[in-house]
Design a protein around this ligand. Structure first.
Ligand code: SF4
Length: 233
């Protein structure tokens, strides 16, 4: 993480981080209108961004990518959320269920996560995708910026990049955001059932793909270009 970023994480207080995130969201809603779309993974971080976005722009559009391997608690939570916010669209790979994760987790994530995200970006004509990435979440997330240009004609906006885990829970308590019930039993980062474990590790994402070389890693939506003709960030 750059020194500047670490300093901001450590010195800005909760209220300043919320204000900064809201300012960034407003800026991109003003710039792109309906083409600024929130990617909602149904985790605590996404829910904070979603709540901020809805407060600023009540009819904001969003998308959720689900897989056949998501826990039933996450599916129930998703169904309640989509019923409440019809502007949230659900995407899922259109193919028969295969347990590809048993032999190749990268290929499985590619098919069931990355491809549906690409489809969402294409079909919803997204120009700015807004995420819940945080730079203190794990070893793979330290080098992101609040605004990134990784794809041609697609800007990525990370409004809560500077939030610590504690400040996410602070936001949810203060603004009354319902959390996925799986957090109650000890999960700290949520994914598909076969690839997510409860751990006592200090690293928030260590329960993801635990026991594989991908442990604490990424499914690919934040590390791969989402559009054809991609450019490097
Ligand atoms: S998290 Fe696991 S089950 Fe889900 S898409 Fe990736 S490899 Fe497949």
């Amino acid at each position: 993480m750059s020194e500047n970023m670490q300093e901001l994480v450590d010195t800005l207080h909760f209220g300043e981080k919320v204000e900064r995130a809201e300012k960034l969201l407003k800026e991109y809603f003003d710039k792109y209108g309906d083409q600024a779309v929130v990617a909602n993974s149904l985790g605590k971080d996404s829910m904070v961004v979603w709540d901020m976005a809805v407060r600023i722009r009540p009819n904001v559009r969003g998308f959720i990518v689900t897989t056949p391997f998501k826990p039933k608690e996450t599916k129930e939570y998703m169904n309640r959320l989509v019923a409440k916010y019809p502007s949230l669209k659900v995407y899922e790979a259109d193919r028969p269920l295969e347990k590809i994760y048993e032999t190749d987790v990268d290929k499985c994530c590619d098919i069931y996560k990355v491809e549906p995200v690409k489809q969402a970006v294409r079909e919803m004509d997204v120009k700015a995708w807004i995420t819940g990435l945080r730079c203190t979440e794990g070893r793979t997330r330290t080098d992101y910026k609040e605004v990134e240009h990784r794809d041609k004609d697609l800007v990525k906006v990370n409004p809560i990049l500077l939030f610590k885990e504690r400040e996410i829970w602070q936001y949810m308590a203060v603004y009354g955001v319902e959390a996925n019930s799986l957090y109650r039993i000890g999960y700290r980062s949520l994914g598909c059932t076969p690839c997510t474990a409860i751990t006592a590790s200090d690293d928030e994402r260590d329960g993801r793909w635990a026991g594989t070389s991908k442990c604490g890693g990424e499914c690919g939506i934040h590390t791969r270009p989402l559009k054809e003709d991609a450019v490097a960030s």
